[in-house]
Design a binder for this molecule. Structure first.
Ligand SMILES: [Mg+2]
Length: 398
């Protein structure tokens, strides 16, 4: 019987994510020690710090006052949640197009399963180099990656490759790769575990390997077995696709609040188009269209409309979003409001095809294929690459 093909797993993790997103908004922050979290004299904690600040001992969750004491020359900036989720969605859009299975771990981190994609992408090292370059081109953000046969090994490898690097651990090389590393690098060991292991003379993962499974099990029970497996690079956990989303949407925060209705409409059109493309990528239809905006006084308004039937079509979703926006904008002080955040969301998501006769089904299937190929071209060449009307005409003439 043939051996099953080795898994190809990638752990991809954005570098100093909040800091790098802030740097996109304010390029003057590049190259400087930066601490995200807010007022350094206030009571808050560090949400993120740049590598330049980490050299001084600054780290996440540390009180901001301590960070200021360690690195008084750091630039302290506010935390902007909206900016990070916006950038995160852009990154995940790229990952979802690239990999057959994507498991989000946090806002800036995911496991990818690339098993079986060699024919499409070639060797995983080159494919991941290209993926990271693509993320940087599209979003301006640096990332690091680990490539290997298990989640454990790839997570550790991406951490060691930071910043802006990648590291592959070949199947069979796991023990040698892990042996010199401190036990604290194993996700889940924690401070208590580390202390207990050190008391027993265990400092490195290689020490676990040398102790051997029977002694580790006698000493620490099930945890001992798990630690021994870690030392061998054994980790059978699969990359699990993220569950179906409850809603799919796009929003943006303006650099400057604006009351320019034409600009706002074209922005909303663009957001709705991208959200619809994402909807189709998930193979879903939406029943409800939602528009949200926040005015300069931080009041948030939303309005929703339910469609006659669930749809994945731009032609149903975008006009509904634009109509909702016009109503909302008019109702806010007769169209004189200044807007700081604008978003389009689709909810009431489903997968099942609508009931229809065979002919209608065939027509819809062809339209769906066309829209999917337009989405694929947009993903490759950017949103401006295609004028949909022209493409449709071209295909019809054939
Ligand atoms: Mg990260």
């Amino acid at each position: 019987m043939a051996e099953p093909a080795a898994r190809v797993i990638v752990h991809i993790d954005m570098d100093a994510f909040f800091v790098e997103v802030e740097r996109l908004h304010d390029p003057a922050l590049r190259g400087k020690p930066v601490v995200v979290g807010g007022d350094p004299d206030g009571r808050g904690v560090v949400a993120a710090s740049s590598y330049e600040a980490r050299k001084f001992g600054v780290h996440s969750a540390m009180p901001l006052r301590t960070a200021k004491r360690l690195c008084p020359q750091a630039v302290f900036v506010q935390h902007h949640r909206g900016r990070y989720s916006e950038a995160s969605e852009e990154v995940f859009d790229i990952l979802e197009v690239f990999a057959p299975v994507v498991q989000p771990v946090s806002i800036d981190e995911a496991y990818l399963d690339l098993t079986g994609t060699e024919r499409l992408y070639g060797a995983p090292d080159a494919a991941v180099t290209e993926l990271r370059a693509h993320i940087r081109r599209k979003t301006g953000l640096p990332s690091s990656a680990g490539i290997g046969g298990s989640k454990l090994v790839t997570k550790i490898a991406s951490g060691l490759a930071k910043p802006d690097g990648q590291r592959r651990v070949r199947v069979g090389d796991e023990r040698a790769f892990l042996a010199p590393l401190a036990i604290s690098i194993i996700p889940g060991v924690g401070k208590v575990g580390e202390r207990r292991l050190r008391e027993g003379g265990v400092r490195t993962i290689g020490d676990l390997d040398r102790l051997g499974r029977p002694r580790l099990e006698a000493w620490l029970g099930e945890s001992g077995v798990w630690l021994w497996e870690c030392s061998q690079g054994i980790d059978e956990r699969e990359v699990q696709p993220g569950g179906d989303p409850k809603s799919i949407g796009r929003e943006t925060t303006f650099w400057e609040d604006t009351g320019d209705a034409e600009f706002l409409e074209s922005t909303l059109h663009h957001l709705a188009e991208r959200a619809a493309s994402r909807l189709r990528r998930h193979g879903m239809r939406a029943r409800t269209v939602n528009v949200k905006f926040r005015t300069s006084d931080f009041r948030t308004s939303t309005r929703a409309r339910t469609l006659k039937a669930p749809s994945w079509r731009d032609a149903d979703l975008i006009p509904a979003a634009l109509e909702l926006f016009r109503q909302l904008f008019h109702d806010e002080r007769g169209g004189r409001a200044k807007v700081r955040l604008l978003g389009a969301y689709f909810s009431g998501l489903s997968r099942e095809a609508a009931q229809m006769d065979l002919l209608e089904g065939e027509r819809e299937r062809r339209e769906e294929n066309l829209i999917r190929s337009v989405d694929a071209i947009r993903d490759r060449f950017g949103d401006g690459a295609i004028v949909v009307g022209k493409v449709i005409r071209y295909l019809e003439e054939e």
